[in-house]
Write a protein that binds this ligand. Structure first.
Ligand code: IMP
Ligand code: MG
Length: 182
């Protein structure tokens, strides 16, 4: 698995210290509050579990599994909810924890949905931000790392469901994609 990576983009140590910094910012902003922290599965699992252990306020945890129809940056379809929240978001301060914002399709739709359901506030914490790829108008409130337009795997992120368990974020070798359609 390691040998499928061309290079490590963000090391375990870099992730560890940045996640802690972001958690401290969240602690300052949510002091005295009881946010509902929503992890977007599966990509956010490692980021989610690492960040919440640094949070100092009482939190409720919840998860969603979503997927977008359509391909590439032209998202003709709607956001498909494969697993919805167990909690009612009405009146809650919601903090969405996501692995990466690419086109912004997923989070712009998700945010609109939670607004519609009556959340008191909605903020987004993302591990990675590919800002040059943005199509939909959405910006994270907390961002760990900006990255270039490169496909990355590891620390929760997958390529065809593999590599999520790598402890670092790496760039896949082109040979891994060879013969693939996408
Ligand atoms: P968006 O809806 O276009 O912002 O896409 C966000 C989703 O695309 C993420 O939750 C990831 O599942 C996936 N994604 C985008 N870029 C990458 C990448 O470089 N590696 C792995 N998954 C990615
Ligand atoms: Mg994802």
């Amino acid at each position: 698995m390691d040998s499928d990576c061309e290079r490590i983009l963000i090391t375990e140590e870099q992730i560890r210290s940045r996640v802690k910094e972001i958690a401290e910012a969240i602690n300052r902003d949510y002091q005295g509050k009881n946010p509902l922290v929503v992890g977007i599965l599966k990509g956010a699992i490692l980021f989610f579990s690492d960040i919440i252990r640094h949070l100092s306020m009482p939190i409720d945890l919840d998860f969603m599994v979503v997927s977008s129809y359509g391909s590439g940056t032209v998202s003709s379809g709607k956001l498909k909810i494969k697993k919805d929240l167990d909690n009612d978001v009405k009146g809650r301060d919601v903090l969405i924890v996501e692995d990466i914002i690419d086109s912004g399709f997923t989070l712009s739709n998700l945010k609109a949905l939670l607004v519609e359901r009556g959340a008191a506030s909605i903020k987004i914490a993302t591990l990675l931000n590919k800002s040059s790829r943005r199509v939909y108008d959405i910006a994270p409130d907390y961002n760990c790392f900006y990255i270039e337009n490169e496909f990355v795997v590891g620390y929760g992120l997958d390529y065809r469901e593999y590599y999520r368990n790598l402890p670092y974020i790496g760039i896949l070798k082109a040979s891994v994609y060879e013969g693939d359609e996408e």
